[in-house]
Design a binder for this molecule. Structure first.
Ligand SMILES: [Zn+2]
Length: 462
């Protein structure tokens, strides 16, 4: 069978040049026409769907306005007042629900606003049930077969001062996480007027600082309402970029699967890098920063595609700190420490990923790899009927490589034999490709019955 490699990111022309130079160094055991460095043929389908969101569409004044309104609530401790319109987390909930409702009116109510009230208990609620509320704006998908698949963007609108149990002291939380909340709201502004095959959900969560309570609730809400999570983009601390040379790339954290296998989280991260480009995204192959967490972690634990966006370098004087000056050091999470150019890039990166993935066909299912103790790798997968799908791309990579390359395009599901390609020397995956050029996230090919496969299919995933 003819096999050729297509570099995923066509814009990286210099890699092609490098490839030509290194072709002579190819491992002799590798099929001559199947090296990842082979010259790229023309893509079979468009590289991405037309209508990319231009950077000019993102208005930094709106981002700043959102953050100012949230900071003006004084504190957004989840344990503060939910009913006082001027001070406390209820003030922030009012503002966000109001903004989403204004957008809903503009879309003639295609966008649906849900204020999801719940109770949750953790050591950080003094082990007593705390009243909490999440705000969701949901844009239903236009394709009946994909309308129960949801792509989400979130930030948490709660904040804390130095003491996590203190509901009285000022906690501006401009970066953590008014910035991420502003990303979610701005993505809604950019996308709510469009039509997408899958459903989009723009979330503002509470209770993050009290133990990821809002993220856990969001997952339960989706499961109770029968949604499949297509991808979850959690934005937490995405507003500052103080190092020289800013704006830098945003970090995208993703978790791995059992046995070091690829996971849905990792595949979502790779899709994000491919859609936004390597100059925009810095992939970090761990679920979160060391010893820290966010609202995406309950999703990763359930085997779902979820990632965290976070600024390139954090300043701990400006995080979880009561505003004050001590020995000449300014503590506090204040607006003056933000970089709106960086935040604007993060908005655009999120919105474009949501746009492309919500236009894509469903990812393939039951992707299996066989052919051990034989010269040929055999891949098999299935996919639902979909007149908008052009076909599938078989992806592969060296076991030491972080990124996929396209090995082959095929219009149909079923079993595919990769003649002369060893199962032992590569990892494989498959993704669906729309006639519009939108790709689903990849699904790694695993042997039937492997521990990694069982880990991926654990109960709780949907
Ligand atoms: Zn946070």
């Amino acid at each position: 069978m003819k096999t050729r490699a297509v570099w995923l990111t066509y814009s990286f022309g210099w890699l092609m040049l490098l490839g030509a130079a290194s072709a002579a160094m190819q491992d002799p055991a590798e099929p001559a026409n199947a090296g990842a460095w082979s010259p790229a043929p023309k893509p079979v389908v468009p590289a991405s769907p037309p209508g990319a969101i231009p950077m000019e569409a993102v208005d930094p004044r709106l981002l700043l306005g959102t953050i100012q309104q949230l900071v003006a609530c004084g504190t957004r401790s989840s344990l503060s007042s939910w009913t006082d319109p001027r001070r406390g987390i209820g003030c922030a909930r009012n503002y966000l629900a109001g903004q989403f409702r204004d957008l809903a009116r503009l879309t003639h109510r295609r966008l649906q606003v849900v204020v999801d009230s719940f109770e949750a208990t953790s050591p950080r609620t003094a082990n007593k049930p705390a009243h909490l509320e999440n705000v969701y704006a949901i844009l239903p998908g236009t394709d009946p077969a994909l309308a129960k698949t949801v792509f989400l963007v979130s930030g948490h609108f709660d904040s804390i001062p130095s003491n996590v149990m203190d509901a009285e002291t000022d906690a501006p939380g401009a970066d953590d996480d008014a910035s991420g909340t502003a990303v979610s709201l701005e993505c809604a502004r950019l996308l709510a007027g469009g039509r997408y095959r899958a459903t989009l959900l723009f979330a503002a969560l509470s209770g993050e600082e009290q133990g990821l309570l809002g993220g856990k609730r969001l997952l339960a809400y989706l499961q109770q309402n029968g949604y499949t999570v297509g991808g979850f983009l959690n934005n937490d601390i995405v507003g500052a970029d103080f190092a020289p040379g800013a704006p830098h790339r945003v970090r995208v954290f993703s978790g791995g699967g059992p046995e070091g296998a690829d996971s849905p989280s990792r595949e979502l991260a790779r899709s994000i890098e491919e859609i936004d480009g390597r100059s925009a995204i810095r992939l970090i192959f761990r679920p979160d920063r060391l010893g820290r967490g966010g609202d995406h972690l309950p999703f990763i634990a359930a085997g779902l595609p979820a990632v965290r966006f976070t600024e390139p370098l954090e300043d701990y004087h400006h995080q979880h700190q009561t505003p004050r000056v001590e020995k000449g050091i300014h503590y506090g999470d204040l607006i003056e420490f933000l970089n709106l150019s960086f935040l604007r890039n993060v908005v655009r990166d999120n919105a474009e990923v949501l746009r492309v993935l919500a236009l894509a066909p469903a990812p393939p299912s039951e992707v299996t790899l066989s052919g051990a103790v034989s010269p040929d790798a055999k891949l098999a997968w299935s996919g639902p009927d979909d007149p908008e799908r052009a076909g599938f791309e078989i992806l592969w990579r060296e076991t030491t490589d972080p990124r996929w390359s396209v090995l082959e395009f095929t219009p149909t599901a079923g079993e595919h034999v990769l003649a002369g390609i060893s199962t032992d020397n590569y990892f494989f995956a498959v993704r669906a490709v729309g006639k519009n050029g939108a790709r689903s996230i990849a699904v790694a090919a695993l042997p039937k019955g492997s521990a990694a496969r069982q880990g991926r299919e654990q109960p709780g995933g949907n």
